[in-house]
Design a protein around this ligand. Structure first.
Ligand code: SF4
Length: 236
């Protein structure tokens, strides 16, 4: 973590109430890409460790600007003392900051986690709500975090647009937008709802391994025949 990084703001996840529209238009191209990615990454899954919706929510908030590996190391210790909303709602902020320091932005994250735990305790009986609207009302929870929790803790379709999904969906020509909320709507229109969660994992896996920023390895990419490589200036 660079000096002074802890004082920066957690990236904004502004709330947009609509869910993506239902699927429309021809799907062959998109489904073919997904099919190839399924074969390429059969183990694509949520890499964060958790034993409850609350723990996934905490891990996802901590994962902003941090690797999943680092978050898993931190939460292994964190959840021993604070496994649920009731316990985390009572923690002293400086104590929590110390535990999560290595994830970066630790002051903002600690503040959000405690406020979030208190709202879940006081407004939702200690249980994480399972609707996009209620999740995005929680402090520190935007659509990306809410969709991670919906899809992986509640098995409710949610399209997660992180930096990998944003980059690859643009290169593939699946969206012309750069705003994550608009990209989520675009992907929601062209992908079947039952594929949203899996598609998110597949694109994230692909982004970490092949379709990297700033230079993707197109020569090794299994979906290259289907990719218009939009916005790409350089590749390997
Ligand atoms: S062909 Fe290149 S730009 Fe297109 S998805 Fe593959 S790695 Fe990414």
């Amino acid at each position: 973590m660079k000096k002074g990084q802890e004082n920066k703001q957690i990236p904004d996840h502004s709330y947009v109430p609509e869910r993506p529209q239902k699927l429309s238009g021809p799907l062959d191209h998109v489904l073919q890409v997904l099919h190839i990615l399924e074969k390429t990454y059969p183990d694509a899954h949520c890499a964060l460790h958790f034993n409850s919706p609350f723990q996934l929510l905490v891990a996802t908030i901590l994962s902003a600007q941090c690797t999943d590996i680092r978050v898993n190391l931190v939460t292994e210790r964190l959840f021993l003392s604070y496994p649920d909303a009731d316990s985390l709602a009572e923690v002293d902020q400086t104590v929590l900051e110390d535990v999560i320091r290595s994830t970066g932005f630790f002051r903002n994250k600690a503040h959000s986690l405690i406020a979030c735990a208190r709202m879940i305790r006081d407004r939702h009986n200690g249980q994480v709500p399972s609707s996009l609207e209620e999740l995005t009302e929680l402090p520190g929870v935007g659509r990306k975090t809410a969709n991670v929790v919906l899809g992986n803790a509640f098995q409710i379709p949610g399209m997660v647009v992180d930096t990998h999904v944003k980059r690859i969906s643009f290169r593939l020509g699946w969206t012309k937008n750069t705003d994550p909320n608009k990209i989520e709507m675009d992907l929601g229109r062209i992908l079947p709802e039952k594929k949203w969660v899996e598609a998110s994992h597949l694109l994230i896996f692909h982004g970490r391994r092949i379709c990297k920023a700033p230079v993707p390895i197109c020569s090794e990419c299994p979906v290259a025949p289907y990719c218009p490589k939009k916005g790409l200036k350089k590749s390997r």
